[in-house]
Design a protein around this ligand. Sequence first.
Ligand SMILES: C[C@@H](O)[C@H](N)C(=O)O
Ligand SMILES: C[C@@H](O)[C@H](N)C(=O)O
Lengths: 162, 162
Amino acid sequence: DRKKIRGVSLSANEVKITVLGVRDEPGTVGAIFRPLASADIDVSMIVQDLSRTSKGDDGTDVTFTVEQKDKDLTLKLIADAREEIGFREIIADEDVVRVSVIGMNLEKNTGMAQIMFDALGKEGINIQAISTSEVKISVLVANEFAERAVRALHSAYILDAR
Amino acid sequence: DRKKIRGVSLSANEVKITVLGVRDEPGTVGAIFRPLASADIDVSMIVQDLSRTSKGDDGTDVTFTVEQKDKDLTLKLIADAREEIGFREIIADEDVVRVSVIGMNLEKNTGMAQIMFDALGKEGINIQAISTSEVKISVLVANEFAERAVRALHSAYILDAR
Ligand SMILES: C[C@@H](O)[C@H](N)C(=O)O
Ligand SMILES: C[C@@H](O)[C@H](N)C(=O)O
């Protein structure tokens, strides 16, 4: 039932921000996003995949995306909050695009995610970040792969034939 | 407009699986989830927040959750695929619960995520993983915080008063 996937979307105006070595204690991500929320900066995707119990005490990493127009302010606000957040380094990567497959009841549907990953893998497209939900599976890939990714996913989910 | 959040959900039957030091090349996550999909193992949440360009060439990490009954088979299948995936270590953590706030149009709504993070931070609840989407913001926290997290979020989003 690849039919569960209704479409493929591309979000090309995003900048990937990764805060590395964040103090892995209660309150830290609140400290990252509070100034961004106050400044009305839209954050599209937030992913964190580890915590200190799995990685040791040198902090953990958090990735999120903002619109290109908000990149500089985002970096400034996070740098200003350095003491409160506690981080080692912050990276901004403009060379990303967010590719998503959209549907319903995707949670617990391992097969739907695997089709996406295999389709991109076969095209030699490296996946930089992953976030999943009931209605959407999103990955970040380099800009240069945007069109190839969309075509590969259309084909993998047999969207062209419908 | 905390009213955008309609409810808080708790998913307590989940085991957090983290594959550490995964070969950060095209096809790798496909190799992780293909055997799980074939074995009909439901995967609820998949998060990856880094890729080699931000972390160096020692691989990256991927976290996902499965039901407790599937823990042993999941570990076995991934160990069997070790050559194809290429990873350093795999960790299973049963002491987690997934807490989510549910609503609509949550993407790009930084304020809604920040309320959740601040509420948990104030309770001293450490966030182990984060995944966001248009309809749900999910975090993984230790089992012991399950009830406290739900109460704190109900209060933060003023859900009790409605
Ligand atoms: C790293 C970050 O998520 C931290 N654990 C927190 O709870 O805010
Ligand atoms: C780490 C993993 O996501 C890898 N980059 C892949 O594309 O499969």
